[in-house]
Design a binder for this molecule. Structure first.
Ligand SMILES: [Zn+2]
Length: 269
């Protein structure tokens, strides 16, 4: 179950399925003042001064109880790369040079926050536990349609399994993203899904409306990618919010026609 929590005016979404400290940001509680970033924009390069973005990161970090200068979130490239990060990477993307690009992270280190940025794409936070139910690794993934089709969620699970975690001890929160109510796609999109994920994904998760237009369900695709490799469905929490429908809570690349802020979705062991 997802819960919307007000922490000193910063609104966060948390999933009850995860034990680790984590949050999916909303746009409420920040200091950005431009029309399109108004609120808690957490990305550079969207029109806000870098100082404003760092101030937002400080507010978000305070609400989470983490050190903002530790947060790792480098540029994303719509790949399926899940990068193993360590304490040496702390601060990359905000306070220290990027060093690399990727769309997912995994770490076994404590107090090392990893974060992915989204504004309609699917943020996925994962944790792997040992037999004593202690968290041994956390992972954060940015799954746009390309990352979804290239199975980045499966790569994250694969990286956790390599640490000796069993599939039944993997827990996943699929965060707010654009939903099938708003995510109209073209025939080329449907073809790519069929080529990469198979015809059943296309049939189930690309819905044809009466007027013939197509709408895609990225949450459903990622959910099935995870369950098809053996993650128990009861361990997977899916957020019901659509980023495009909920203007008060979220930035949306689609609704705002690309002129928008960005959310940050963090997990820390
Ligand atoms: Zn919607």
């Amino acid at each position: 179950m997802f819960e919307l929590i007000n922490k000193n005016g910063v609104f966060l979404l948390k999933s009850t399925v995860l034990k680790s400290n984590h949050a999916f940001s909303t746009r409420i509680g920040g200091v950005s003042e431009l029309d399109h970033t108004k609120g808690l924009n957490l990305a550079f390069g969207r029109g806000d001064d870098e100082k404003i973005v760092l101030q937002n990161l400080e507010l978000f970090s305070l609400a989470l109880g983490i050190d903002p200068t530790d947060v790792i979130s480098v540029p994303q490239i719509h790949s399926n790369i899940v990068k193993d990060v360590t304490r040496e990477d702390a601060g990359r993307g905000y306070y220290y040079p990027n060093g690399f690009s990727c769309d997912g992270y995994i770490t076994v280190e404590k107090d090392l926050p990893i974060g992915v940025k989204t504004a309609d794409c699917v943020p996925i936070l994962l944790e792997g536990r040992n037999e004593s139910d202690e968290v041994v690794a956390v992972s954060a993934v940015h799954a746009g349609w390309r990352g979804t089709a290239d199975r980045i969620a499966e790569n994250s699970v694969g990286a956790i399994l390599k640490l000796g975690v069993s599939l039944e001890n993997i827990y996943v929160a699929i965060g707010p993203c654009i939903d099938e109510c708003c995510y109209e796609v073209g025939n080329d999109f449907a073809e790519q899904i069929e080529i990469k994920l198979g015809q059943s994904y296309k049939n189930k998760y690309i819905i044809k409306k009466e007027n013939g237009s197509l709408y895609a369900n990225l949450k459903g695709m990622n959910f099935e990618i995870l369950t098809s490799i053996g993650v128990p469905s009861v361990n997977i929490d899916v957020c019901s919010y659509c980023t495009c429908c909920n203007e008060d809570l979220f930035y949306s690349h689609r609704r705002q026609k690309g002129i928008r802020g960005a959310h940050l979705n963090i997990i820390v062991k």
